[in-house]
Ligand binder design. Structure first.
Ligand code: PLP
Length: 361
């Protein structure tokens, strides 16, 4: 068996220990004589998995009884629409900070509904950084203020929690969910498509204040209402059992490793290694993100020309370093180094960067 170092942005690398555990119990889950994808979502075996995953996510985030975890399909992209549908009106619009493609896509859904406002944008600077606090202008009548906490494509991340003066703070954390401790109590709603940092595609984890989702607008169809998921423990219809089961395993793996503090330690060490390889390269590698907005999850950089970038991707591949091509909108290279990327993998990439520079610089 050959495993590569997988730097893909999502679907992305997952912990080997978890993959092995899932494989080992695949044919006979919990002594049921069936696999997890063959058992009823109303069975006791499944219910245990479902509720434990929810409990572990809240525990890792240090959140208590005022919060609920929902499992919803449709990807983070459906959350872009559900959020304004459920919470924003013309009188109380949703306010958005634009810091990249996904936050812009989130805003566009609110715009379609005629309930979106822009509170800040760094588009003029090609999204090289996230907005600073003093640039954020949230209208006081806003229903919420929405940020994308880690910008997967541009490789930037908030390193502060925006102050909103009482407006509920909502965050897309698809690419940095459970990657470090934060004062999550400052957020009213956090969501993440799990295929970046937590599991296989197919489910979104929504962590939300219960008071927000106890009742949705009567005019919304059933499956677009948060209260449908809230009232039925995300079991109104058949949930994506395998994705939720896997997310539960990853949450347990994080707990075993030492929780979010340990994740933060590992992730900052990995990011340090790659940013050092960029900063010590005499401008052969140029980071896309401004230093104080650098992401600990997605490291984006350019080479002197596109030809070298192509060569870099091709030679990286020969060295078992997969998925380092940047997004077409930014160009260049991107290494995604989520929780499950090992320091060993990152060091292999940094070594390769050094050698590549020596032979091509
Ligand atoms: C990948 C990504 C999305 C889109 O997620 P889907 O589940 O594919 O809809 C949204 N936001 C961020 C930050 C992402 O990284």
């Amino acid at each position: 068996m050959k495993r590569v170092y997988n730097f893909n942005p999502g679907p992305a690398t997952l912990p080997l220990e978890v993959l092995q555990e899932v494989q080992a119990e695949f044919l006979d889950f919990d002594n049921s004589g069936m696999s997890i994808i063959e058992i009823s979502h109303r069975s006791k075996n499944y219910e245990k998995v479902h509720n434990q995953a929810k409990a572990d996510i809240l525990e890792l985030m240090g959140l208590g009884d005022e919060y609920e975890v929902l499992f919803i399909q449709g990807g983070a992209s459906l959350q872009f629409a559900m959020i304004p549908m459920n919470f924003a009106t013309k009188e109380n619009p949703g306010s958005y900070a634009l810091s990249g493609i996904f936050s812009t896509n989130a805003y566009k859904e609110a715009e379609i509904l005629g309930v979106g406002q822009i509170a800040a944008s760094t588009k003029a600077e090609n999204f090289r950084r996230v907005p600073r606090q003093d640039e954020i202008k949230i209208a006081p009548n806003s229903a919420y203020f929405h940020v994308c906490y880690n910008n997967t494509i541009y490789g930037t991340e908030y390193h502060y929690i925006p102050e909103t003066n009482g407006v509920p703070l909502f965050a897309d954390m698809s690419s940095d969910m459970l990657s470090r401790p934060l004062n999550f109590k400052k957020f009213s709603l956090i969501y993440a498509g799990v295929q970046k940092n937590l599991g296989p595609a197919g489910v979104v984890v929504v962590v939300v204040k219960k008071s927000l989702v106890e009742k949705s607008l009567e005019t919304l169809p059933t499956m677009l209402r948060y209260d449908t998921f809230y009232k039925k423990n995300s079991l109104f219809n058949t949930p994506p059992e395998f994705s939720i089961y896997f997310v539960g395993k990853v949450a347990a793996w994080i707990k075993n490793c030492g929780g979010l503090a340990e994740m933060a330690k590992r992730n900052s060490r990995k990011a340090e290694v790659l940013y050092a390889a960029i900063d010590e390269s005499n401008n052969f590698y140029r980071g896309h993100a401004e230093k104080d907005s650098r992401s600990f999850m997605n490291v984006t950089f350019r080479l002197p020309n596109e030809e070298l970038e192509k060569k870099f991707v091709a030679e990286a591949l020969e060295n078992n370093l997969i998925g380092v091509k940047g997004h077409r909108l930014v160009g260049g290279l991107r290494a995604s180094i989520y929780n499950s990327m090992t320091l060993e993998g990152v060091e292999a990439l940094a070594d390769f960067m050094k050698k590549f520079r020596q032979s091509n610089g």
